[in-house]
Design a protein around this ligand. Structure first.
Ligand code: 6PG
Length: 264
């Protein structure tokens, strides 16, 4: 697990933008295309705005025609709804860059229908049973949820379907979400986590990963189920969210070194 700590959300977003471009350019060079699953929530907005900003170096380093923008999850709402993850990405990114391929989850439809249709679209786009996306961007909920995979959700046990529509009791709503098989098939999987409100959950997850007898508990903390099969997971965390991490450079029991990058 690679932990990168940044002074503030702005520095984190900038580092994430450099990472985005690096993964994009490598993918285009190798496969003449690039596919990313965008996280929802509020944290990634700064990143999306940076990628779109003509005053910044990122926009012109991206081949928008060769890029596919998917979503890790969506709320069961229309695309113009304030809660829509698509709407946020459209406002911050898509509306400000050249035409690109956007694969939107149809949140306006009944959730199960939207999930099935998204899965069908993925099957049309990719020959592989489980698409291996170049980049998967994830946020982290204070309860340890990732995408719309919440603690104790049956969706966490899904091994066949790529997209499901779980009822989320605490939200009193359906969500549409990619499942662990496709999230863990990503070549680069990146958590973007900022803010003091996330310090407790980040500390629990990062510190647990260091313990020699570490046993993930994905049912309780779904983020612990993120373990890419042919890729790497990187944590981009600001100092406020990393406050309770017992940060050191010892290698963790989960294999690999827990590389701590303190960044400006
Ligand atoms: C969503 C997300 C969800 C989000 C976390 C963190 O649709 O809400 O996919 O997993 O990433 O809840 O949200 P914030 O970035 O708003 O803290």
């Amino acid at each position: 697990m690679e932990l990168n700590v940044f002074q503030n959300p702005q520095a984190l977003a900038r580092a994430a933008a450099y990472h985005f471009v690096q993964v994009h350019q490598r993918a285009v060079a190798q496969t003449d295309g690039f596919a990313v699953a965008l996280s929802g929530g509020t944290t990634p907005r700064l990143l999306y705005e940076l990628l779109a900003d003509p005053r910044e170096p990122f926009r012109d380093q991206i081949d928008w025609k060769k890029s596919f923008f998917l979503f890790t999850d969506e709320r069961n709402v229309p695309p113009d709804h304030p809660d829509s993850n698509y709407r946020m990405a459209h406002e911050a990114l898509f509306s400000r860059v050249p035409k690109t391929q956007i694969v939107r989850i149809a949140g306006e439809k009944p959730a199960e229908q939207a999930a099935q249709e998204y899965e069908d679209i993925l099957a049309d786009l990719y020959e592989a049973d489980i698409p291996d996306l170049d980049l998967v961007l994830l946020g982290l909920g204070e309860d340890g949820h990732v995408a719309s995979l919440f603690p104790h959700s049956p969706a966490l046990q899904e091994k066949e379907r790529l997209v499901v529509a779980p009822w989320v009791e605490k939200l009193n709503a359906y969500r549409i979400t990619m499942t662990l098989p496709i999230l863990n098939a990503g070549h680069s999987v990146v958590f973007l986590v900022t803010g003091a409100s996330k310090a407790e959950i980040v500390g629990k997850i990062i510190n647990a990963d260091k313990k020699p007898d570490f046993q993930p508990n994905p049912d309780l903390y779904p983020a612990q189920a993120i373990c890419p099969t042919n890729g790497a997971v990187s944590w981009f965390v600001d100092e406020a969210a990393a406050r309770l991490c017992s940060i050191n450079n010892s290698s963790n029991a989960g294999g690999g070194s827990d590389l701590l990058n303190k960044n400006p």
